[in-house]
Write a new protein. Structure first.
Length: 446
């Protein structure tokens, strides 16, 4: 296992840890692949372009979903979409994130993570643009799935890209990524309706305009891809030899996956139901929309600061507990007095949802190598999104059965307890490669 000095700072110690992990894995006859060696030196201008490309990609990972929600009634009416299919559409993102996310590491081994993320930006752009011309429900769903496939592979591989090309800046770069993702989420939710009205009220224009942001991101990733080919000649071939870790036997991987799933459940419930909760308490529809936007906007600065703070610590257990406490307080307030202090409850719930950038940071820190991060990211996000699928549906059924929000909100508050417990396990300063060695030697990591 790592020494105390190494675990005190897992980011800056990664180069020393890599050599030890290599020697242990080498006993199994696996050489360190070229794709796992530190990235070659990069020019300053290409480094800045790379960082900008990562931010632009992150900005495009949620408007595919959050721009559709406010216009869903118009889309459903125009396309003749049944309520059942419309309900299915709300579950499609998590399903696509899981299924296509599992495929991301294999694609990265063949093509390289930068190439796959570039293709992901192309899929987002094409899917968002083309679905605005869809003439029927089936085509609309298919093109939405195309865009979500691009989102899914980028979800998994951007942390991998950060780990490989910014190994000593994992915290700041995950912070930049998370901040841009939160900003894109909030902007699409807040401006889609007024933007659509300004464009004449046609939902096709209101959805299709977001393809422009995807095109900007694609244009930034193309020169990054071309520049990286010079720096990373042979990386794709080396990636094919990446050691396959027995990740399903890793307690850390399972803890991260379950922690990811529970936090995603809370986040999707909030995005889908928070305005209704406030409106049922007598808050106006306009104010309830602003309150939802507040829960998203507050994540923008926190998503930048939190990964930096978390990456400086040997473990992240303190942050897991604090964020869970915010959520329990917020959901309790929403259940007992939603109209009493709505702004406070929105802030607390928004802070609780910042478990997302925290878990992304932990994914980057719980593996020593880019290959390890790829496998861990795919597993944690794939399993996690599958776990999150029933949540919003269950909350809706509880609300329908009782006509009140006490039980649904109580369920969300109680769910934060196992989320915290699994988060505490995932936040310990461990590496999945060490657990792989322990499994191979017949011992069990504590």
């Amino acid at each position: 296992m790592s020494s105390a000095a190494d675990t005190a700072d897992p980011v800056t110690a990664s180069s020393r840890a890599d050599s030890r992990a290599d020697s242990r894995l080498g006993s199994r006859g696996a050489a360190r692949p070229q794709s796992e060696r530190p990235a070659p030196p990069r020019s300053r201008h290409l480094g800045w372009l790379f960082a900008l490309a990562i931010a632009a990609a992150a900005f495009n990972l949620r408007p595919v979903v959050t721009s559709l929600g406010p216009l869903l009634d118009q889309v459903r009416t125009d396309l003749g979409m049944s309520p059942t299919v419309a309900g299915l559409l709300t579950a499609v993102p998590s399903l696509c994130f899981a299924l296509f996310g599992f495929a991301a590491p294999g694609l990265a081994r063949r093509l390289g993570p930068v190439a796959v993320v570039t293709a992901g930006m192309g899929a987002i752009t094409a899917g968002v643009l083309a679905r605005s011309f869809a003439g029927g429900t089936a085509v609309f769903l298919l093109l939405t799935a195309l865009a979500l496939a691009g989102v899914a592979v980028s979800n998994v591989l951007i942390p991998v890209v950060i780990k490989r090309y910014f190994p000593e800046k994992v915290g700041p770069m995950i912070g930049l990524y998370s901040m841009a993702l939160s900003a894109g989420t909030a902007l699409a939710a807040a401006v889609t309706v007024p933007l659509t009205k300004g464009l004449g009220g046609d939902w096709r224009l209101g959805l299709g305009v977001w393809a422009g942001l995807g095109a900007v991101a694609l244009l930034l990733w193309i020169p990054v891809l071309l520049g990286r080919r010079r720096d990373s000649a042979g990386a794709a071939a080396g990636a094919a030899d990446t050691v396959r870790l027995p990740i399903t036997r890793s307690r850390t991987a399972w803890a991260l996956a379950i922690f990811f799933g529970f936090q995603a459940t809370g986040a999707y419930v909030v995005m889908g139901w928070l305005p209704t909760i406030f409106q049922d308490a007598g808050v106006s529809s306009g104010t309830s929309g602003v309150l939802l936007a507040l829960t998203m906007v507050i994540g923008v600065p926190v998503s930048f600061v939190l990964p930096n703070l978390a990456a400086r610590r040997g473990d992240q257990r303190l942050f897991v507990v604090v964020l869970a406490a915010f959520g329990i307080a917020g959901y309790t307030g929403l259940a007992l007095a939603p109209a009493g202090a709505p702004w406070l409850w929105a802030v607390l719930v928004g802070l609780s949802n910042c478990a997302f950038p925290l878990v992304l940071t932990m994914i980057g820190l719980r593996a020593r190598t880019a290959g390890g991060v790829a496998q861990l990211s795919a597993f944690a996000q794939g399993v996690g999104y599958l776990i999150s699928i029933p949540g919003p549906i269950l909350i809706g059924r509880l609300y329908q059965a009782t006509g009140e929000w006490y039980l649904p909100l109580g369920f969300l508050a109680v769910l934060l307890v196992p989320q915290m417990l699994f988060g505490l396990r995932a936040a310990r300063a461990r590496h999945i490669e060490d657990e792989a060695v322990a499994t191979a030697s017949g011992t069990v990591a504590a």
